[in-house]
Design a protein around this ligand. Structure first.
Ligand SMILES: Nc1ncnc2c1ncn2[C@@H]1O[C@H](COP(=O)(O)OP(=O)(O)OP(=O)(O)O)[C@@H](O)[C@H]1O
Ligand SMILES: [Mg+2]
Length: 227
C-alpha cells in the first residue's frame, strides 16, 4: 500500500486569554510527506506543541481538517481517537510524561503491553542499546538524569514502530553528540519502518538534516525542502 501524505487543511486553534482568545494557528494548510522526516521550527510560544497535539489527536481544533491515511481525524469520536493514538502514533512529549512507579523498561513497553501483542524482546534490547539505557532498564524515572528520561521517552515512542512519530524537542536535554545520535536513530527508524516523523527542534543544524522543514510563524506554516 502506498502511504498517503498527511494533509492539513485550514487548521485553526486558539486558547482563551482573559476575555479574548489567543490565536495560535490561523487557517494553516500544509502537507507532511509520508515516510519522510520533517522538522518543525518556530519561536518559543509559536504553537509547535499545539500542532503536535492536534496531529496526535490530543486536543480538538477550532476548525480545519487533518487527513491521515485518507481519513479525517478531526471527525473521530473519543473511542476512535484512542485507537488512532494506540495504533498509529508514537509521541515523544516535551516533558517526557514517564510513569514514576514504573521502571525504564516498563515505561517503554507500557502501551504495547496493554494491547494483545507479544513483547518484542529483540527490538526492546536494540533500542535500549542504541539509546544507552541497557544498564538503566530497571531504574525508576526518579533515579534518572534529564537526558536519560528523554532517551526513555524516545524508546517508548519508537518501540511499537508507529506509522507517525511526533517528537517534541527530543534532543532538548541531550548533549551535541547524543542529539546527533538521536536524530540519526529517528532517521534510521523512519527508513526501516517506513515511518513519517515530525520533529520539533530549536537546533537549526539538526532541523536541516530532515527531508523537509516546516517553519511556524505568526500562526502560519511555510514549507521548505532541505538541501
Ligand atoms: N492549554 C493552554 N491554554 C492556554 N494557552 C495555551 C495553552 N497551551 C498553549 N497555550 C499558549 O499557546 C501558545 C503556543 O503554545 P505551544 O506550547 O504550542 O508553543 P511552542 O511553540 O511549543 O513553544 P515552546 O517552544 O516554548 O515549547 C503559547 O503562547 C502558550 O502560552
Ligand atoms: Mg513546545
Amino acid at each position: 500500500m502506498v502511504k498517503e501524505n498527511i494533509k492539513i487543511e485550514n487548521l485553526s486553534k486558539s486558547y482563551p486569554e482573559g476575555e479574548d482568545r489567543r490565536i495560535v494557528l490561523d487557517d494553516c494548510s500544509f502537507t507532511i510527506e509520508a515516510g519522510k522526516m520533517t522538522s518543525l521550527v518556530g519561536k518559543s510560544g509559536s504553537g509547535k506543541t499545539t500542532i503536535l497535539n492536534l496531529l496526535g489527536g490530543l486536543m480538538p481544533a477550532d476548525q480545519g481538517h487533518i487527513y491521515l491515511d485518507g481519513e479525517d481525524i478531526t471527525t473521530y469520536s473519543e473511542n476512535e481517537l484512542d485507537d488512532y493514538r494506540a495504533e498509529k502514533i508514537g509521541f515523544i512529549f516535551q516533558d517526557f510524561e514517564l510513569i514514576e512507579d514504573f521502571t525504564v523498561e516498563e515505561n517503554i513497553c507500557l502501551v504495547s503491553d496493554l494491547y494483545p501483542k507479544e513483547r518484542n524482546q529483540k527490538r526492546l534490547n536494540e533500542l535500549l542499546q542504541h539509546l544507552e539505557l541497557t544498564d538503566l532498564k530497571d531504574h525508576l524515572p526518579s533515579q534518572l538524569s534529564g537526558g536519560e528520561k528523554q532517551r526513555t521517552a524516545i524508546a517508548r515512542a519508537l518501540y511499537p514502530s508507529p506509522s507517525l512519530v511526533l517528537a517534541d524537542e527530543p534532543t532538548g536535554n541531550l548533549d551535541r553528540i547524543r542529539s546527533k545520535q538521536v536524530f540519526d536513530l529517528l532517521r534510521e527508524n523512519c527508513f526501516l519502518f517506513d515511518q513519517t516523523i515530525l520533529v520539533v527542534t530549536h537546533d537549526l543544524s539538526l532541523a536541516k538534516q530532515a527531508d523537509q522543514i516546516l517553519v511556524l510563524e505568526d500562526g502560519k506554516v511555510s514549507r521548505y525542502e532541505s538541501d
